[in-house]
Design a protein around this ligand. Structure first.
Ligand SMILES: Cc1cc2nc3c(=O)[nH]c(=O)nc-3n(C[C@H](O)[C@H](O)[C@H](O)COP(=O)(O)OP(=O)(O)OC[C@H]3O[C@@H](n4cnc5c(N)ncnc54)[C@H](O)[C@@H]3O)c2cc1C
Length: 232
């Protein structure tokens, strides 16, 4: 799929909490992408052009619009700009880009994210559920606390009717007795089913990606079965 360059209008938003939002942007009707890909956006600061990437959160089946799930990073120009954008405003976009997509449609997949690293996985899960894909999907997503849990209802619904099993790991849950308290990397041996022979996909900040890759390596999983996208 060739990358397009276009101005995209912000057409909707949903605020997840004080620092994360899902934004909905208009894209050309013939804009096509594969679940897991991202778009690049251009920002201008003191006459300087800054480029930042955002994974597409929505499913490829939605035509004419995409969404992104992002966090307002303290002191970060692009993420704060996005957070303050008003409906109807436009931004320069290029995409689709990247090859963090499901590689082997015949294999089960284990998805591991922290924070907004859940973005590309949401698109993959929705897409596979819409296509009634027979692949089993496991998702372990890490967040800080309960207020970060976006798409919870949708995931629950898909997990009831489809092939998804998911786990929310919270590093600072308000519920002190929360069962999966910590980081995703702390629970991998509990979550990965015995004899799992599918592929692993990891997405998030570099520290977590590094630690998860290391843990999977120690568990004897070959690097050819591990795919990852780093946000920094
Ligand atoms: C392929 C790709 C896809 C990406 N997709 C997303 C996405 O879907 N959603 C999203 O929120 N970000 C995503 N990012 C990160 C995004 O491009 C920006 O780096 C981020 O929004 C910070 O930009 P900034 O200009 O606000 O801050 P900067 O000044 O550029 O960044 C400051 C620091 O913030 C940290 N940081 C970067 N991203 C995050 C994050 N998501 N959460 C917490 N800390 C972060 C990094 O350590 C970085 O050094 C993606 C990055 C890449 C490379």
């Amino acid at each position: 799929m060739e990358a397009f360059r276009f101005n995209s209008k912000l057409i909707g938003e949903s605020k997840i909490n004080e620092s994360t939002k899902v934004l909905y942007f208009e894209v050309p009707e013939n804009f096509e992408f594969s679940a897991g890909q991202y778009v690049m956006m251009a920002f201008y600061k003191d006459g300087r052009r800054i480029l930042r990437s955002y994974s597409i959160f929505s499913s490829p089946s939605e035509k004419g619009k995409i969404s992104i799930f992002f966090k307002k990073v303290e002191g970060g120009y692009a993420s704060n700009f996005l957070f303050n954008m008003k409906i109807g405003e436009q931004i320069e976009m290029k995409g689709p880009l990247g090859n963090f997509t499901v590689r082997n449609p015949s294999k089960d997949i284990f998805l591991i994210s922290s924070g907004t690293g859940f973005g590309p996985f949401k698109s993959m899960i929705k897409n596979m559920s819409e296509k009634k894909s027979p692949q089993k999907i496991y998702l372990a997503r890490g967040f800080k606390n309960e207020t970060d849990l976006c798409s919870e209802e949708e995931l629950r619904e898909i997990s009831l009717s489809g092939n998804l099993k998911y786990f929310n790991v919270l590093s600072r849950p308000t519920d002190e007795g929360y069962i999966y308290k910590g980081h995703v990397q702390d629970f991998l041996d509990k979550f990965i089913p015995e004899g799992f022979n599918g592929d692993f996909y990891i997405c998030g900040l570099k520290e977590m990606v590094f630690e998860v890759r290391e843990k999977l390596g120690k568990m004897g999983i070959a690097s050819q079965r591990i795919f990852f996208e780093r946000y920094d």
